[in-house]
Write a protein that binds this ligand. Structure first.
Ligand SMILES: [Zn+2]
Length: 107
């Protein structure tokens, strides 16, 4: 997962970078979360997730072929981020309060 802290305008901020082209992902709707999955779907098995621009998804998968017995899975990054926050107990109401707090201090 290419989440990096980058100093911009004197502030340390988190950004997501494409695991293929290494450029910043500006729009979640134009990117995918990807992971090498096991088709057996074993309960509790863990996979590292990456992020790629949608146009970088196929080139990334061609550059990193799935080993026998596994394959690449994907999910729209916008949906992935929503599920990630939900699984951390962070709901949309909290997100609104956080947005107001961060907007108020110039982030
Ligand atoms: Zn890319």
């Amino acid at each position: 997962m290419a989440i990096l802290i980058v100093n911009k305008d004197g502030k340390d901020c988190p950004f997501i970078y494409c695991d293929h082209c290494k450029l910043e992902i500006f729009e979640a709707e134009l990117a995918n979360a990807i992971w090498l999955g096991d088709s057996r779907g074993e309960e509790g098995f863990r996979f590292d997730a990456g992020q790629v621009h949608k146009e970088c998804d196929d080139p990334f998968q061609r550059a990193h072929p799935a080993p026998n017995g596994s394959r690449w899975y994907w999910q729209g990054l916008n949906h992935h981020l929503y599920m990630l926050l939900k699984n951390c107990g962070y709901d949309a109401d909290k997100g609104k309060a956080t947005k107001e707090l961060l907007d108020g201090i110039g982030f």
